[in-house]
Design a protein around this ligand. Sequence first.
Ligand SMILES: Nc1nc2c(c(=O)[nH]1)N[C@H]1C(S)=C(S)[C@@H](COP(=O)(O)OP(=O)(O)OC[C@H]3O[C@@H](n4cnc5c(=O)[nH]c(N)nc54)[C@H](O)[C@@H]3O)O[C@H]1N2
Ligand SMILES: Nc1nc2c(c(=O)[nH]1)N[C@H]1C(S)=C(S)[C@@H](COP(=O)(O)OP(=O)(O)OC[C@H]3O[C@@H](n4cnc5c(=O)[nH]c(N)nc54)[C@H](O)[C@@H]3O)O[C@H]1N2
Ligand code: SF4
Ligand SMILES: [Mo]
Length: 651
Amino acid sequence: MTQPGEMEVQRECVTLCNRDCPDTCAIRATVERGRVVRLRGDPSHPVTRGFLCYRTNQFLTRQYSDARLTSPLLRKGDAFVPVTWDEALSVTATRLTKIREESGGAAIFHYRSGGSLGLLKTLTDYFFALFGPVTVKQGDICSGAGEAAQSMDFGECDSSDLHTLLDSRHILLWGKNVHASSPHTLMVLRDAKARGASVVLIDPVHHEGAKFADAYHQLAPGGDFALAMAVAHLLFVRGAIDPEAARYCDFLDEFEGLATSQSVADWCREADVPVAAAEDLARRLADKPCAIVVGWGMGRRSNGGAIVRALDALCAISGNLGIAGGGVSFYYRRRNGLEGALPQVPPPPRTICEPLFGEQVLAAREPPIRALWVTAGNPGAMLPDSERVARAIRSTEFSVVVDSEFTDTARLATLVLPTTTLLEEDDLVGAYGHHFLGVSRPVVEPPTGVRSDLQIVQDLAERVGLGDSLRGSAREWKRRFLAHRLEGSGVGLEQLERGPVRNPLAKRVLFSERRFATATGRVQLIHDRPPPPAQPESPDPEQFPLQLLALSTRQAQSSQWAGAPPDVLTATINPTVAPGVSDGQRCRLRSAIGCIDVVVRLDARQRSDVVIVPKGGHFHLGASGNALVQAKLTDIGQGGALYEERVRLEV
Ligand SMILES: Nc1nc2c(c(=O)[nH]1)N[C@H]1C(S)=C(S)[C@@H](COP(=O)(O)OP(=O)(O)OC[C@H]3O[C@@H](n4cnc5c(=O)[nH]c(N)nc54)[C@H](O)[C@@H]3O)O[C@H]1N2
Ligand SMILES: Nc1nc2c(c(=O)[nH]1)N[C@H]1C(S)=C(S)[C@@H](COP(=O)(O)OP(=O)(O)OC[C@H]3O[C@@H](n4cnc5c(=O)[nH]c(N)nc54)[C@H](O)[C@@H]3O)O[C@H]1N2
Ligand code: SF4
Ligand SMILES: [Mo]
């Protein structure tokens, strides 16, 4: 036993992974003499089941990397110099207060992304709302279209329990790569298969899921709306519509009109699949229960919202909504019961649409955006039209980036503030891929010189006269968030500290009463294709024949790589795209707005109209897909249409 004053030799701690990932794993960390030496998944967590993904298994190299920031860095000309926290925060308080006095809160833009899913990160939003209110982002680069689609159709965006997939006869993975992006969902799919379910993948890209699936339909990118209409057409003509559908769906006749406005063969031609693909999906939807599991990637298109709405409609008319093993799952409401926990704040004076960050920050007038504060995001690498995003960040007088790494965005900032990592996090975390809630707790203390987001805004709040509103330890804030609704439902802090708990407010089977939070209480079936928003002109498809897909890779969490980030991206293409080009050859990818070097990987299983690169490459290395991608919006929800940029390969 350890004596007082003696350092423990070894201990094991449990925390929750806060990364922007659906799985929200419970991590068991082994700590020896104050240093984490091993990470593994908690075997007792029903979703984690004892393993972590590749990128978090490798996290200790990031945690203990020399590149870790441990001091505030203030720009002096082209260089950054280390400064004390006192200097960093007093400069910040002075500059922000002056800008607010001269130009109003709207001249300050607080941008927060998903680098940590901890709920306490919203306290930075809270601080800025009280200090300003300031300009904030609107829309969502990640899931804007899909969330808007489900909110329109059902009045909310949530899912039945992940484990209800064990009741499915068929599971349609529609535009989803669980092997790369949600490995713990894969385990549930394996169990469902062992119980007799069949799994089908619908995806233009051939990935590991294609081999895992019992059937694979490799449709044209963005062809999903047409394929869904072909399937709906078949369901209508075969009388495979739920006899009760008219009771809980509005616009059933109009939806039928839309689906049958074209022949099945014509819809399938549009989707570039054989009619047999639509037949296969119609048969499975009629053989209930059949679940549709919708990927987030597919919605990142200018018809992304319409696609998700079409899948919602398929699920509804086939009678798969509201039954265990059915459903159309896009997102799990990870903040259920935690929304609205903070006191009401004044609305923002202005918003910047996230996917249009570069253009809108540069165009902002009366007042212009004079200051930027970035929390848990790396827009310099992850937002489209990165050259313009960089210009926008540089155009501000004062920009602060809070991060543990010297990211592409940090490189552009005036001031960089070093913060904690997921192993030092003290927060409350809900998942967007299942219904378990939990707390993260520091496994080790952060290095000297590093502060949490909460400590940073608390110190700043004290300096600008808002100290009272932000005061409290992380644990006290967790308790305040839980007191809002969850404690009353039986989930208290002590209970969460013993281990993750299923959110009692989440329904096991969503919509089992077939009542919906829409104005009429019924499903709103899509019956018109929403017109695409006005967009930058598309380049000539003859000159730019490939669609660029910058997709999740096992090696990285967005721009956070397990090892060194690649200095050149691998571009996977079908060999017929570039006859004469050999595997491993260095080429260039060019779009209407940029050009990057790539190393070609030939893969005959891919379609000949796409090129696949990993997402998250670094801009300053010339290895970011977003240097090529124009900033475009999805049809609804102000999402980013990221996956339809036209490019060509140059030898
Ligand atoms: N390893 C790893 N895991 C991650 C992340 C990461 O960066 N790395 N990021 C996390 C984040 S932020 C998110 S939002 C989730 C993302 O989770 P997903 O959205 O599931 O993301 P991806 O794994 O990129 O899979 C998207 C799939 O959509 C397909 N797709 C693209 N266009 C179309 C289309 O038009 N139709 C159809 N049917 N399919 C299409 C792509 O080929 C790809 O297989 O993953 C999280 N998990
Ligand atoms: N072309 C293309 N672009 C894409 C995508 C794509 O598929 N293709 N995917 C899109 C998607 S789905 C998403 S969600 C976005 C992701 O975009 P971002 O959210 O910007 O992604 P990250 O690169 O993970 O940046 C998060 C940063 O937060 C930091 N961080 C981690 N923990 C903390 C913390 O506790 N506090 C603070 N202050 N910082 C922390 C990390 O070090 C990291 O630098 O990118 C989008 N961009
Ligand atoms: S990134 Fe996702 S899969 Fe990996 S450990 Fe974290 S929650 Fe689990
Ligand atoms: Mo995302």
